[in-house]
Ligand binder design. Structure first.
Ligand code: HPA
Length: 272
């Protein structure tokens, strides 16, 4: 069934095709706050502000640049998002995942998603990267709600292997070669925008979450539904619940660990 959401994804893909003169990305990369350094490794052939994508929107949070960059890392054709839109900004979930669906229609086979998160597991250090092995969707939203978009995938898609074992293995190998102390764990996606209470953190720990953040889960669900291989990485920006203060301090911690994560993502991209 072709619904309005599929037509919207088609329009978005067509607009990207026009703006890039037919660039065919292999991989979508979503770069969270402060993670733009991945693009230092990329030969950029086209740029498109979020506002130029039909049905999308300018991201309003400080530290989110809000544009697409298209280019190559090694032999891999990459569609990169600098920033993203979040549910907590008031965007409907279909808008949050619109770039994922457009990327799929353009031919992307895989998605690498990054974010900043609060560390729950005691083993996680601030500034360290945690590779996401699984997630818990606590966001109160799901991009697959509504009539199934058969063009992308099935009504009841399995999610047990959403994070690709192949990409996990590649990432471990590259982290080893780069001498990176890569953690692994479960990401809990929450709606935000407030940080968690102490009771919420105890709850999250008890359900098996190692890190908590306000993004990523909708994109992963949409990508997995559409048959894309997914890898996800959380940069631990703070110990959950021990926010010394502001969004600025989160950005500062991210800045420290970002080059390591950027090198890892670039290394993976070159291998895909
Ligand atoms: N909680 C939720 N989201 C976050 C956090 C946190 O502690 N840090 C960065 N994003």
């Amino acid at each position: 069934m072709t619904d309005e959401r599929f037509a919207g994804a088609r329009r978005a893909a067509d607009a990207i095709g026009e703006a890039t003169r037919g660039f065919r990305p292999d991989v979508l990369v979503v770069l969270g706050s402060g993670l733009g350094a991945v693009l230092d490794e990329m030969e950029i052939v086209a740029t498109m502000p979020f506002g130029a994508l039909p049905g999308f929107a300018a991201s309003s949070v400080a530290g989110h640049a809000g544009r697409f960059e298209f280019g190559h890392i090694g032999d891999t054709a990459v569609m990169a998002m600098m920033g993203r839109v979040h549910l907590y900004e008031g965007h409907p979930v279909d808008r949050v995942v619109l770039p994922v669906r457009a990327a799929r229609l353009l031919g992307c086979r895989a998605m690498i998603v990054t974010n900043a998160a609060g560390g729950i597991a005691p083993r996680l250090r601030v500034g360290q990267t945690m590779m996401i092995t699984d997630h818990v969707n606590l966001m109160g939203a799901n991009p697959l709600t509504g009539p199934n978009m058969d063009e992308f995938g099935v009504r009841f898609p399995p999610m047990a292997d959403a994070y690709s074992a192949r990409l996990l293995a590649i990432a471990r190998e590259i982290a080893g070669a780069q001498g990176t102390d890569l953690a692994e764990g479960v990401y809990a996606g929450v709606p935000g925008p407030n940080y968690e209470t102490r009771a919420e953190i105890r709850y999250l720990r008890s359900i098996g979450a190692d890190a908590v953040g306000m993004s990523t889960v909708p994109e992963v669900i949409a990508a997995s539904h559409a048959g894309m291989e997914v890898a996800g990485f959380s940069l631990v920006a703070n110990v959950a619940g021990e926010m010394s203060d502001s969004h600025e301090s989160v950005l500062a911690s991210v800045e420290e660990g970002a080059p390591v994560l950027a090198a890892l993502v670039a290394g993976i991209l070159a291998r895909l």
